[in-house]
Design a protein around this ligand. Structure first.
Ligand SMILES: [Cu+2]
Length: 147
């Protein structure tokens, strides 16, 4: 009994030493990850779908002679359902401004000579709205329809 026990102890000690010597380099490094996730999820965006009023808007101007109005998802705005919208005005140039006007006494703008981002709430009612850069209103402009 004692002989077997000692032999067993020696064997276990040996295994322990070998294990320690290997210092974790022998860790199971099989990190073959199952990439079965379907990356071809159907994210076809239908741009003709009405934009939800809960989606924020982003008016951007500059740094070049660019002005745009998009949803926060990045889709260009051409028409919107009437409603209250959070509008983020991103003015990236001191040479330009973003100025939105239209029905319902909507008249919001950033300042020429300043840069920065500001958030305003606009209540859009049916009609045509126009956004321009005031110093370059003939070329830097866009319109969209609210219905
Ligand atoms: Cu301008």
């Amino acid at each position: 009994m004692t002989r077997i026990a000692l032999a067993l102890a020696a064997l276990l000690a040996g295994v322990a030493l070998v294990g320690a010597a290997c210092g974790g380099e022998d860790e199971a490094t099989d990190t073959t990850t199952e990439t079965t996730a379907d990356t071809t999820a159907d994210t076809t965006t239908d741009t003709t779908e009405p934009i939800d009023a809960a989606v924020g808007l982003k008016g951007s101007v500059g740094p070049g002679f660019e002005i745009s109005l998009s949803t926060q998802d990045g889709a260009a705005v051409t028409s919107l359902p009437a409603g209250s919208y959070e509008l983020e005005i991103e003015d990236l140039s001191t040479a330009h401004n973003f100025h939105l006007t239209g029905p319902g006494d909507v008249d919001v703008m950033s300042e020429v000579g300043e840069e920065g981002t500001e958030n305003v709430t606009v209540d859009l009612v049916p009609g045509e709205y126009t956004f321009v850069c005031d110093p370059h209103a003939s070329t830097m402009r866009g319109t969209f329809e609210v219905s």
